[in-house]
Write a new protein. Structure first.
Length: 220
């Protein structure tokens, strides 16, 4: 379990706990294993020899995150030997769709959907959730099927915004989103396949919500 840093940042004078040890200026960037739009593994070594800019966002399908990513895409064209990685929890298929629709090709979008390790290692993850597991009476082998009722809440913030960073925000309780829903996970030969239906009960203005979501390789 990741270290919880209570009081690493404050919100309206109150301490907020963040997952992970956090990073400081001059510290080596932790390695990671993410997926690009072609489902290929991306690590820190993939961009060795280049100046790296790693931007973390909750989702490309939100107005501020989309604006930030498109701005990076425009600016990187004038910066030689620089690679921008935009990390989100979107599925690789969704990232590919978004990049195609928006004409974004100069930066690389990578997905952290398989686990929360990247957010924890970089100290930008704040989240909460609860779920109730229950069996389906007509399923004999309960080991291969998992059904849940869940409540999810969270967002991604930056704890060390630089003076020249675009759209960089500290922890803001008003920007924490939450939803409630039902999920079904099938432990298949390809890995866990999860189908979820949810309804938000706490969302921010201009958010694009999804009622149905599918993920491969990550359980609740």
């Amino acid at each position: 379990m990741a270290e919880s840093r209570t009081g690493a940042v404050t919100l309206k004078g109150n301490p907020v706990a963040l997952a992970g040890a956090g990073l400081s200026a001059g510290q080596a960037a932790p390695d990671f294993k993410l997926q690009d739009n072609g489902l290929q593994e991306v690590t820190l070594a993939s961009s060795a020899g280049k100046t790296r800019v790693i931007a973390t966002i909750p989702s490309l399908d939100t107005p501020t995150c989309a604006l930030e990513t498109k701005r990076f895409n425009d600016e990187i064209k004038n910066l030689p030997n620089v690679e921008v990685l935009v990390v989100s929890m979107d599925l690789p298929f969704g990232q590919k769709r978004w990049c195609g629709a928006e004409g974004v090709s100069s930066i690389k979008t990578v997905s952290a959907h398989r686990c929360t390790k990247f957010g924890e290692d970089y100290g930008v993850l704040i989240q909460g959730g609860a779920e109730i597991l229950f069996p389906l009476p007509f399923i004999k082998d309960q080991r291969s099927i998992q059904t849940t009722f869940f409540v999810d809440a969270g967002n991604v913030f930056d704890t060390d915004c630089g003076a020249t960073q675009l759209n960089c925000y500290g922890v803001d309780i008003d920007r924490i989103n939450a939803s409630v829903g039902f999920g079904l996970t099938w432990i298949s030969g390809f890995g866990p396949m999860t189908f979820s239906i949810a309804e938000p009960f706490k969302e921010n203005e201009y958010d694009r919500t999804e009622v149905f979501q599918f993920s491969l390789g990550q359980t609740f």
